[in-house]
Design a protein around this ligand. Sequence first.
Ligand code: PHE
Length: 361
Amino acid sequence: MSTAPDNLPDALIAALHDEIAAADLVSNPETAADAIEAARVDWLGRKSGRVTALFGRMKDVAPEGRRAFGQQLNGLKQAAEAKLAEAQDALKATEQAAGALDAKGRRLDLTLPGRFPAPHGSIHPLTQTRMEIEAIFAGFGFGVAEGPEIEDDWHNFSALNFGPEHPARDMQDTFFVDAPPPNGPGTVLRTHTSPVQVRVMEHAVTKGTGPPIRMIAPGRVFRNERITYKSYCLFHQVEGLVVDESVTFADLKEILVRFAEALFGGDVRMRFRPSFFPFTEPSAEVDIWWADDSLPGGGRWMEILGCGMVDPNVLTNVGIDAERYTGYAFGMGIERMCMLKHGIGDIRLFYENDVRFLQQF
Ligand code: PHE
């Protein structure tokens, strides 16, 4: 039995159902929002909505058919509402996927200007100090060389005249690395930048480019140290090497004094102490005065570098004529330089990456 009035066949309601079911409102994301709103007005709009209008025809229906007709119309209305809600959800999902909405579903205005001034980083104090050191030595005519952080026994120890029983070869002091051949046993995280001396000299000999050699080599080194305010398991050094005819200890001393004056100022207090390294002879260590009123004596000496005349054995090891050439070498700790320069009392601050510390430089 038909429930619709005669001039409103069931077929019309069925056609509207089909139209709603088939409507594709979100195929074009650009216009989807408008399409959804247009469909809402077309179907459910208060004045001209076609579904809404059908409710107005209720009075044309015979009383006994009204209940069934009402159910049909409600079904149609719900289908339209469900279709619109589904389209809204689909649109939101595509917008979110495209990043146009934030996590709370709010529309983002991508044309807004950013927040200024934007926070910006700065160069790490150790890097700054390294660059200052490089600039000073560049002024003295030194080139810059680099070497690997994972070294073999030859470059880190043997070529540098370290005897087999030297304590630096001890597992307790040095990070040894399980390495496949050809490096194999003896592969270490370099304990100092001195292996770069060996590499640079070997290179100069093989390529026939020197001596004369005049270079510095900055880089990271590793030691199995107890971590305290003044020592850490990794730190940075700058190696220096000069090899030429008639190079003397006086040349070494002059370069280091001029360097310290350039980095710390003309009133820097420094002292040379006799010392020992397997690869220099004679050897010395250099201290800088760390002024601190809280200490008895108003401060203390702080060791910043080791140095000496290149041991003739080392020159021979790399194939340089030790009768003809002499050389000097030095190795300084960048952390120590930076601490002295800026009055930093604890080496661990360099590695914590706390911006409150880093921002100060
Ligand atoms: N390599 C030495 C060290 O790390 C420092 C040094 C370098 C000493 C060059 C003499 C010459 O302690």
